[in-house]
Design a protein. Structure first.
Ligand code: SAH
Length: 222
C-alpha cells in the first residue's frame, strides 16, 4: 500500500469529505476504500468541461465516448474485492485512471490495461504527476489479461462483457476474486467470481449495472 505522495488538503478537500459521507450513507463500509476516496483528487481525472461536477456521485464523460463511472459504483466494486493491502491486482479498462488510483491505495501493486492509446497515455501521465508509484498502465486488449505478471489476487473488469474472458479466469490466483459486469450492451449484472481451487470457480450476482462494452478477443467483437 503506497500513499503515493497524496496528502489531500488541497482546495477540493471539503468536496472529497462530502463525497466520502455520501458514499457512507449509500452503504460503503470499507475504511480503506473511503480513505482512498478522501485522498485521490478526482477532479484531475475528468476533462475541464465537467471539472465542477467531479465530486458529485455521478458518472461523467471522459472523451472518446468513454465514461468515468459513478464513485459509488467504483467504491462498491473495490469493496467487494475485499482487499487488505497485500494484493497484486489486474484492472481491465483504465479509462481516466481514477479507479486505478483508488486501487493503488488499497492494494500492493496494480496492473491496469486500456485499449484506447490516448487514455493509456493520459493515465500514465497523471500517475506520474500524482507520484503514484505502485501502478503500471499497459496499452492493449485486456480480455487477454496480462500473462507476465499473473497470477493476480484480484481482477477488476471495468467494462461489460457477454461472458468472463477465459484468460482472466486462468490468471486469477487460487483464492482470488474477480468482478465483472456480465450481460448485453444495454444492461448487465455485476458478477463476483471466486476461484476456490485450480478448476473450481464460484459465481455470485450482485445486482444490475450499466457499463460501456469490453471490446476485444474475449469480449464484444466491436
Ligand atoms: N474505471 C474507469 C472507467 C472505465 S470505462 C474510470 O475510472 O475512469 C471502461 C474502459 O474500458 C474504457 O476506457 C474502455 O476504453 C476500456 N476498454 C474496453 N474494452 C477494453 C479491452 N478489451 N481492454 C482494455 N480496456 C478496454
Amino acid at each position: 500500500m503506497v500513499a503515493g505522495g497524496l496528502s489531500g488538503g488541497d482546495s477540493y478537500q471539503g468536496y472529497r469529505t462530502r463525497l466520502v459521507e455520501t458514499l457512507q450513507s449509500r452503504g460503503i463500509r470499507d475504511l480503506g476504500v473511503l480513505r482512498a476516496v478522501s485522498l485521490v483528487p478526482r477532479h484531475r481525472f475528468v476533462p475541464e468541461s465537467v471539472r465542477h461536477r467531479a465530486y458529485e456521485d455521478a458518472a461523467l464523460p471522459i472523451g472518446g465516448g468513454q465514461t468515468i463511472s459513478q464513485p459509488w459504483v467504483q467504491a462498491r466494486y473495490i469493496e467487494v474485492l475485499g482487499l487488505t493491502g497485500r494484493e497484486k491486482v489486474l484492472e481491465v479498462g483504465t479509462g481516466s485512471g481514477y479507479q486505478t488510483a483508488l486501487l493503488a491505495m488499497v492494494a500492493d501493486r496494480v496492473f491496469s490495461v486500456e485499449r484506447v492509446p490516448e487514455l493509456t497515455r493520459e493515465a500514465q501521465k497523471i500517475m506520474l504527476e500524482l507520484g503514484i508509484g505502485n501502478v503500471t498502465i499497459l496499452g492493449g486488449d485486456g480480455t487477454l489479461g496480462w500473462r507476465p505478471y499473473a497470477p493476480y489476487d484480484a481482477v477488476l473488469v471495468a467494462a461489460a462483457s457477454p461472458e468472463v474472458p477465459k484468460p482472466l479466469l486462468e490468471q486469477l490466483a487460487v483464492g482470488g476474486r474477480l468482478v465483472i459486469p456480465i450481460g448485453d450492451r444495454e444492461k448487465q449484472a455485476l458478477h463476483l467470481v471466486t476461484r476456490r481451487d485450480a478448476d473450481n470457480y464460484e459465481t455470485t450476482s450482485l445486482g444490475d449495472v450499466r457499463f460501456v462494452p469490453l471490446i476485444g478477443e474475449h469480449g464484444f467483437r466491436r
